[in-house]
Design a protein around this ligand. Structure first.
Ligand code: SF4
Length: 896
């Protein structure tokens, strides 16, 4: 009798943000996988945000790099792995022999697994003999690392996610957690629902979705965080809540820090300097003073700054003063952006770090690692941090770079400089899952890497929890793990010690290094994995999520520093006195606005994965520049039109939006669009390359820019079953719909029927429908193949074009009926339904207009009412903050 094999769900970890949610993935017969939250994973207890829920839609091999490629005579050609690795090894060896080890570099990523990171770091720092290995985590949380090191003596997040539920107050600083750490935010929302007395304070120049849960929002001036927290330190001391016993027994530097903080003036002066209402500032300070159980969580708004490290320390100072650290419900908490930023830190993945929380500038530490690795050539000085690394490549001092799982042409500040650097580089090796358009033109060697669902290893989330990423799909084409590619090159360069048979052996070595000489005073660190040493493949495969340090079998450690012992040699924490500094470049003159950059709710990094999911495309289908209406007026741009945003470093084009949360003088642009999905929307090209002097983290949140109209003769969109060449259109962006690709366009060349045919790929014999109204500047056309809609184009003088939802739905039909065909170019069905508006709930595809109408017509009062009526918000909950805003707006307009 035939017995169907029911595939087992594989427990793995989400590859996106630093919350590190557990995922259960069940491979499906026709490809892809069913994705559910893992109810047994402590980070998320079964919850997933909309990005995690849509992981199953991102697993196609569309756009994947499947075979090694080598550049020959200017063109990339398929090659075998042996030939590709020979080329890399020979290139690295030659350049090292001719120019020394610092002439080569690795630039890796918080996306790679700890095992890949470990091997990359060992290869560079112990065998090549250079610390020129940096990571895109430099752009994300290196200020938190530096702040932790200065305060605690080690890069340690003291608390855990449970503290957010146990706290009586949560302060979110520079963190749009509702969009960037959604399941943790949902956890906070649930805690507040259960205990409405839980106070939430948001410190952010923007009124983000996170503010919908806040009791207090302080829209502080960009870059004024140090001033604000110094003010808080002085206030707490004056309020008599300093824990003198803790300060005396467990810290150094208090008096100097307090003296420095007092120099900032009284609360009114601080409030003025921060641009905050003094009454609100006082309310926040008072709340902090009287709340023992308080968590201060911070993210990119703190880290991505030229004073990022000082901001981190100014926050930590306030927790040290009150002794509120390492105990349930209290402490500073760094929310990391990437899935394995923390794992990279464990293995020393930054250019100024050594493996296993040891220090590169400490000779005893270097010797400890050298002897453990039997390393022939230890790096003995810090390598180049990301911005300096790409400058050195452009200057020709670094002649070979191996880029792994990241796209610096998009994500780095002054990203056009990165293009120049790579164009000038002798040897560019790119390991990636995607054959993307941004890096491929510069690559001499392309190496296909395993993607999420195919690779095997560990990641560590923001609360120090190590979780397994497990493979549940076969390796496609000839893709290999990054550690295998690294070992292949290391072996070819004659290095022993890279003959691992599996990721479990690398993890075992990593665990053993964590215990190596750890009992010795001058090598002591809290990062330890003693109880995980000696795992064989089966034990590694069965490894349950666990927070380091792991000192006893089966048990991690939820909190650290509760005993008042820190990692500095004297066991004490340090207050760091920081004078407030202004951001590197002030707005004014040609560049009157301050550009802030950040993530969107439904996209991840450069969209190579999330961009494959049609449901994730609906929330924000194209790049935008969010402006205050007054600034838009001054700039001569209107909502819905295209604008050019220009800084001293570069320019981009985006749609003007008024999200409502932007202060005057500011602008916000999302980070996700790259050279493959937009003609000119890489915001990194604009961002100033100034960095924090301690951490080297760039200032992504503060670049002076100007905004001006991007003049076009027409606006339009194309929906097409196939990718089209938009090369001649002045501006275009692209997202994937269900069964079609959606292009948004702005054109300068006149759009004629002839041009429309050329654009959509129609010829004289095609089944072609067209309509034109010259007086309105309107042109519409559609191409059908055997009765099926192949592509359609809508053009108008103004950007008010038909909604895309109904037209997009026609691509699901095998043939168009006569009525649909007849009304196709009207852009809406024969019986006009209401336009649902832009997507709010991606899980159920519910639009803003639909929700607003239901709130108004059915007198809905709560998010639960909206969910009961429309299902919106009833799955992952990522859209609940937006639904709350709509409830507020619609109900107040009805009341008025
Ligand atoms: Fe993934 Fe969302 Fe969880 Fe972040 S919050 S790890 S993106 S499911």
């Amino acid at each position: 009798m035939f017995m169907p094999i029911i595939p087992q769900a594989v427990r793995t970890t989400c590859p996106y943000c630093g919350v590190g949610c557990g995922v259960k993935a069940t491979p499906l017969e026709g490809g892809g996988a069913l994705i559910e939250g893992d109810g047994e994973h402590a980070a998320n207890a079964g919850r997933l945000c909309v990005k995690g829920s849509a992981l199953g839609e991102t697993l196609s091999l569309d756009g994947r790099l499947l075979y090694p490629q080598l550049r020959r005579d200017g063109a990339l050609e398929r090659a075998g792995w042996d030939e590709a690795l020979d080329t890399v090894a020979a290139g690295f060896a030659r350049i090292i022999a001719e120019h020394g080890p610092d002439a080569v570099a690795l630039y890796v990523s918080g996306q790679i697994l700890t095992e890949d990171y470990y091997v990359a770091n060992k290869f560079m720092k112990g065998y090549v003999g250079s610390a020129n290995i940096d990571t895109n985590s430099r752009l994300c949380m290196s200020s938190a690392v530096a702040g932790h090191k200065r305060a605690f003596g080690e890069d340690v997040v003291p608390g855990c996610y449970e503290d957010f539920e146990l706290a009586d107050a949560i302060v979110l600083v520079g963190s749009n957690a509702a969009w960037c750490h959604p399941t943790l935010f949902q956890r906070i929302a649930k805690a507040k629902e259960a205990r409405p007395e839980l106070r939430i304070v948001v410190l952010d120049p923007r009124r983000t979705a996170t503010c919908e849960l806040a009791d207090l929002h302080l829209p502080l001036k960009p870059g004024s965080d140090v001033r604000l927290f110094n003010g808080l330190l002085a206030y707490l001391a004056d309020a008599g809540v300093a824990d003198r016993a803790f300060i005396d027994a467990h810290t150094n530097g208090f008096d100097a820090a307090l003296e420095g903080a007092r120099a900032g003036g009284d609360v009114d002066e601080v409030a003025r300097a921060c641009g905050v209402d003094p009454g609100q500032m006082r309310a926040f300070y008072d709340l902090f003073a009287r709340t023992e159980k308080i968590v201060t969580a911070f993210s990119m708004g703190v880290n991505q700054s030229t004073s990022g490290t000082d901001k981190v320390n100014a926050i930590i100072n306030c927790h040290l003063l009150t002794g509120r650290i390492g105990k349930p419900g209290m402490g500073p908490f760094s929310l990391t952006g990437q899935p394995n930023a923390m794992g990279g830190r464990e293995v020393g993945g930054l250019a100024n770090m050594l493996a296993s929380h040891l220090d590169l500038d400490n000779p005893r530490h270097r010797e400890a690692v050298r002897s453990f690795w039997s390393a022939p050539r230890m790096a003995d000085q810090p390598g180049l941090k990301a911005v300096d690394l790409f400058r050195a490549i452009e200057a020709g001092t670094v002649k070979a770079v191996w880029i792994m799982a990241t796209n610096p042409v998009v994500s780095m500040p002054d990203a056009d400089q990165v293009r120049r650097a790579l164009a000038a580089c002798e040897l560019v090796v790119v390991s990636d899952v995607s054959a993307h358009a941004d890096l491929a033109p510069y690559a001499h060697v392309l190496l296909p890497a395993l993607a999420w669902g195919e690779k095997d290893g560990t990641v560590t989330n923001s609360e120090r929890r190590i979780s397994r990423q497990r493979a549940f799909l076969p390796a496609p084409g000839e893709a290999r793990a990054d550690w295998q590619a690294l070992c292949g090159v290391a072996g070819r360069m004659g290095h022993a010690g890279f003959d691992y048979t599996g990721a479990h052996e690398i993890f075992d070595e990593h665990a053993r290094l964590s215990a190596w000489r750890n009992a010795e005073d001058d090598c002591h660190r809290l990062f330890r994995l003693d109880a995980l040493i000696g795992m064989d493949r089966a034990a590694y495969d069965a490894l349950a999520p666990m927070q380091w340090p792991v000192l006893a079998q089966g048990a991690g450690t939820a909190r650290l520093f509760g005993d008042g012992r820190f990692s500095h040699p004297d066991g004490k924490a340090r207050f760091i006195a920081s004078a407030p500094r202004l951001p590197a470049h002030a707005p004014g003159g040609e560049y009157p606005l301050v550009l802030n950059t950040g993530r969107l709710r439904d996209q991840w990094h450069t969209m190579t994965r999330t961009g494959k999911s049609p449901r994730l495309a609906g929330h924000a289908p194209e790049p935008f520049v969010d402006l205050h209406p007054h600034d838009a007026l001054l700039a001569g741009v209107r909502e819905g039109e295209l604008a050019r945003v220009t800084s001293r470093w570069g320019a981009m084009v985006a749609r003007v939006a008024h999200g409502g949360g932007i202060a005057r003088g500011a602008a916000f642009v999302p980070i996700h669009w790259n050279g493959a999905n937009a003609s000119d929307a890489r915001v990194g090209a604009l961002v100033n390359p100034e960095v924090d002097p301690v951490s080297g983290e760039p200032e992504f949140k503060h670049t002076p820019v100007r905004v001006e109209p991007f003049g076009v003769a027409w606006y339009g969109f194309v929906l097409s079953r196939e990718d089209l060449d938009m090369g001649r259109v002045a501006h275009w962006t692209r997202v994937r719909g269900s069964g079609f690709v959606r292009y948004e366009l702005g054109g300068r060349e006149p759009m004629t029927f002839e041009a429309a045919r050329a654009l959509l790929g129609a010829d004289e014999d095609s089944d072609w429908i067209e309509y034109q109204d010259r007086s309105e500047g309107m042109l519409r056309a559609a191409l059908l193949v055997e009765g099926r809609l192949q592509a359609c184009l809508f053009v108008a003088r103004r950007p008010d074009l038909p909604a895309r939802a109904w037209l997009g739905g026609l691509f699901a039909q095998e043939t168009l009926g006569p009525r649909e065909r007849a009304t196709l170019l009207a852009g809406h069905p024969p019986a006009q339904g209401a336009d649902p508006g832009p997507t709010v709930c991606s899980c159920f595809g519910v639009g803003r207009n639909t929700i607003c109408a239901a709130i108004r017509d059915k007198e809905l009062k709560t998010t639960q009412d909206v969910t009961a009526c429309l299902r919106a918000g009833g799955n992952c909950g990522s859209c609940l903050p937006e639904i709350r805003t709509l409830l507020l707006n619609v109900r107040s307009s009805v009341a008025a």
